[in-house]
Design a protein around this ligand. Structure first.
Ligand code: COA
Length: 373
């Protein structure tokens, strides 16, 4: 019988990586050696995307060329638009992205013409348009243009969503959150992407594996679940009573706990500052003190701390983003980390194929169909 811990591969090292460090003693979370605190304070998401995929930070000329390239890759091919129009209006936006990426892979498959880096850039540039083209088509019957003219992914996403120039504070909050979500070592979705890559499958298949894995509430889906939880409460006292009851019922509180971090998630403090800042100008300012009370109670009662998803939820909500687009935003960011890992896995590949402990029936005689009772 396997123990529960090994079942989740907890604490088991399954490969080397030069992309990031998570929870290593004496080391901050970093991407290619750069602290997440410095990146979130001084860099843009595009700089981080470049760093993850190319291994080094871009200089000014490289960054400008990269941003221009991403802007040029925002148009969607018309067969993809046809598919987006055919996806039912009630579909979860994660399924829209999963399908959209898969469809793009049939129109622009990985060949010599489209290199892995080109595909990574294409997906980074086009996923906001994919989601919001589908959204506006089904919400208002509008076929939006997916090239907003906005210079970066955060402002581009908000422009396409709201159809107007976004508030600069919202743009920076979203930009920071995209930086924080971009990469996190051998998390479940990245590992899924690496497993797919290890079979020598194509780039899109690996990304689609990542999207499917990220969707669940124990992973990326937690930011949506956290928002649904916070939105249930009108006051901090209300939240305290509700959470106490949930804990008594042994319910999981979404947005808390982490497989690797044991005391705190370094990304949470960074996004929490943004949640507080945005709450100050919001008619729903009360959501922030509600969240803080949940945080305090979870620490007192369970010694559990908020992970990145908890305060990301209200940060996104304050930017006017619908809750079911929270995990898709995680995809738009994590495509950079997944891409870096796909490239790294390919550089030194071996099929990932672990063993299992068999606990099924002992060998037994086969009975032909006409002799079975
Ligand atoms: N709320 C309540 N209890 C929690 C909890 C939470 N969010 N997270 C962990 N626990 C409890 C578990 O019930 C378990 O208690 P037990 O030992 O009495 O059974 C214990 O803490 C260990 O949790 P476990 O689920 O075994 O840890 P894990 O390493 O397998 O899981 C997570 C890590 C992230 C999946 C888990 O903390 C979780 O489900 N969190 C909520 C979802 C979430 O926010 N996911 C995003 C992660 S970034």
């Amino acid at each position: 019988m396997m123990d529960k811990k090994a079942g989740g591969l907890a604490g088991i090292v399954v490969g080397d990586t030069a992309i990031s460090t998570v929870g290593k003693e004496g080391m901050d979370l970093n991407y290619r050696g750069y602290s997440i605190h410095d990146l979130a304070e001084f860099a843009s998401f595009e700089e981080v995307a470049y760093l993850l995929i190319h291994g080094e930070l871009p200089n000014q000329t490289e960054l400008q060329a990269y941003q221009e390239k991403l802007m040029l890759l925002r148009e969607l091919p018309s067969p993809l638009k046809t598919v987006l129009e055919a996806i039912p209006a009630k579909t979860h936006p994660m399924d829209v992205l999963r399908t959209g990426c898969s469809m793009l892979g049939t129109i622009e498959p990985e060949t010599k013409q489209y290199t892995p880096q080109d595909i990574a850039d294409r997906l980074i540039a086009s996923t906001p348009g994919m989601l919001l083209y589908w959204y506006h088509f089904h919400k208002e019957g509008k076929r939006i243009k997916t090239n907003s003219g906005e210079p970066n992914i955060a402002s581009h996403f908000l422009y396409l969503l709201h159809g107007k120039k976004p508030n600069p504070e919202h743009v920076r909050a979203l930009d920071v959150s995209l930086i924080l979500y971009a990469e996190h070592e051998f998390n479940a979705s990245t590992f899924a992407a690496r497993v797919t890559t290890s079979t020598e499958s194509d780039f899109y298949s690996a990304i689609v594996s990542g999207i499917g894995t990220l969707r669940g509430p124990l992973h990326g889906g937690a930011n949506e679940a956290a928002m649904e939880l916070i939105a249930k409460f009108k006051t901090p006292d209300d939240a305290e009573n509700g959470i106490r009851k949930m804990l008594a019922d042994k319910a999981k509180i979404m947005g808390f706990g982490h497989r690797v971090y044991k005391i705190s998630d370094p990304r949470s403090d960074i996004i929490k500052v943004w949640s507080k800042k945005l709450s100050e100008n919001s008619p729903e300012a009360y959501l922030y003190p509600v969240s803080e009370r949940i945080e305090k109670l979870m620490w007192e009662e369970k010694h559990l701390f908020p992970n990145l998803d908890f305060y990301s939820a209200t940060t996104y909500h304050y930017c006017g983003i619908p809750t079911d687009m929270f995990t898709p935003l995680f995809v738009m960011s994590r495509i950079t980390g997944w891409s870096a890992h796909i490239l790294e896995q390919r550089k030194d590949n071996r099929l990932i194929r672990p063993d299992a402990n068999y606990n099924g029936p002992a060998p037994r005689a086969f009975e032909p169909l006409n002799q079975r009772g």
